[in-house]
Design a protein around this ligand. Structure first.
Ligand code: NAD
Length: 378
């Protein structure tokens, strides 16, 4: 079985789907073809790939393609019937892209759809990349703040620690909490899932009670709040937010635009020199004033809307991603041969296109809803 690794083409994408270390571990029966300079932006040279036995060549003429970002239209045109593709495919938000893959006869495996079960954890790329994003968000906040994070007792006097608030304490939020704590900040956090309080406290942060409690789905994700709950959350936050020097927001609901937590008025209530790092910028942002992809200043408050933050730590983000991909690959193709067992929960959940059809139930529902919306708008 040949696995192709294209060079990523999305703007600002520095990651690569397989790194030399993981290729070395794929085992017998798997040959890897890497596009020239595919790993360069993440620090992996063509020589390093050759050193573990990979060929440098055309990654599309293979049985399996491993990518990070969803394929563009041109890239999909290079895929062929019966070829497998492992990547982030945005099955809940990119109906067109998924349909294009189905039409091309591609077996599409979306890393977003890996189920959140213990057995699948080594393949969970959403978690590995959220870990990178959460870590980097704390560093961005520290870098942008005009003050220290830790308390410092110096001959020139004592400096109090910075106060950091983390909104959304899933994988990224918990890593942001841990990183800000290691840098010495006093950290508070909030999440709508009640189970999170204990996790927040175990990291030495304070759980900020906003009096709003949401629900958790079977998969461990949050359900979207009602408009009333959202309004209550925003107004409670507006009252509390001026106490903080930095706010890191990571709140998300799968397949939905990022929930709005911080209103424009709440930003204006913050002290000049404060910072908001909005990790949810990729899906519109948790703050009303976030400009995805930009860093803007509003009345002295910095709003960092950097998108695709994991790609700014490309070496380790790629290394973790590559381990997720190789674990999935070994699951789907044990011994170097694609053997799809649709009785298996992992295979069934992450396979979004097969035999010319969209086979993932959630993705199909989203597509039908989008088609119905388009129809009613006509
Ligand atoms: P996510 O990226 O979808 O969301 C991030 C966080 O935002 C979540 O904690 C969510 O509760 C929170 N959120 C949503 N709306 C909010 C709002 N209005 N206000 C404040 N917070 C809001 O989630 P995630 O980080 O990918 O994962 C969520 C959880 O799934 C994890 O904390 C974990 O418990 C579970 N998980 C389980 C496994 C596993 O068992 N294999 C793997 C990964 C994650």
């Amino acid at each position: 079985m040949r696995v192709g690794v294209p060079k990523e083409t999305a703007s600002g994408e520095h990651r690569v789907a397989l790194v030399p270390e993981t290729i070395g571990r794929l085992g017998e029966g798997v040959d890897v073809v890497v596009e020239g300079s595919a790993g360069a932006a993440a620090g992996f040279t063509d020589e390093a790939y050759r050193g573990v036995g990979a060929a440098i060549g055309d990654p599309w003429d293979t049985e399996v393609v491993a990518k990070v970002a969803p394929p563009t239209q041109d890239e999909t045109a290079r895929l062929h019937d019966g070829q497998a593709l492992i990547a982030f495919l945005q099955p809940l938000t990119d109906a067109e892209g998924v349909e294009r893959l189905a039409a091309a006869g591609v077996y599409g495996f979306a890393l977003e759809s890996i189920p959140r079960i213990t057995r699948a954890q080594p393949m969970d790329a959403l978690s590995s990349q959220a870990t990178v994003g959460g870590y980097k968000a704390a560093l961005i906040a520290a870098d942008r703040l005009p003050r220290f994070l830790p308390m410092l007792m110096t001959a020139a006097g004592t400096i109090p620690p910075a106060k950091v608030l983390v909104l959304g304490a899933g994988v990224a939020g918990l890593q942001a909490i841990a990183t800000a704590r290691r840098l010495g900040a006093v950290v508070s956090a909030f999440d709508v899932r009640p189970a999170v309080r204990e996790q927040v406290e175990s990291l030495g942060a304070r759980f900020l009670d906003l009096g709003v409690q949401g629900e958790e789905t079977e998969g461990g994700y949050a359900r979207e709040l009602t408009p009333e709950q959202q309004a209550a959350q925003q107004s409670e936050l507006q009252a509390r937010i001026p106490q903080f020097d930095a706010v890191i927001t990571t709140a998300a609901v799968p397949g939905r635009p990022a929930p709005r937590l911080i209103s424009a008025d709440a930003v204006r209530a913050m002290r000049p020199g404060s910072v908001i790092v909005d990790l949810a910028a990729d899906t519109g942002g948790n703050c009303e004033l976030t400009r995805p992809g930009q860093v803007v200043e509003v009345d002295g408050v910095w709003l960092d809307g950097t998108t695709n933050v994991p790609s700014t730590v490309p070496l380790h983000a790629s290394q973790l991603y590559a381990r997720n991909v190789s674990n999935l690959l070994q699951h789907l193709a044990p011994g170097g041969e694609l053997k799809l067992d649709f009785e298996d929960e992992i295979t069934r959940a992450c396979c979004v296109t097969y035999g010319g059809q969209v086979v993932n139930e959630r993705a199909r529902q989203v597509m039908q809803a989008a088609a119905a919306e388009a129809e009613s708008g006509r």
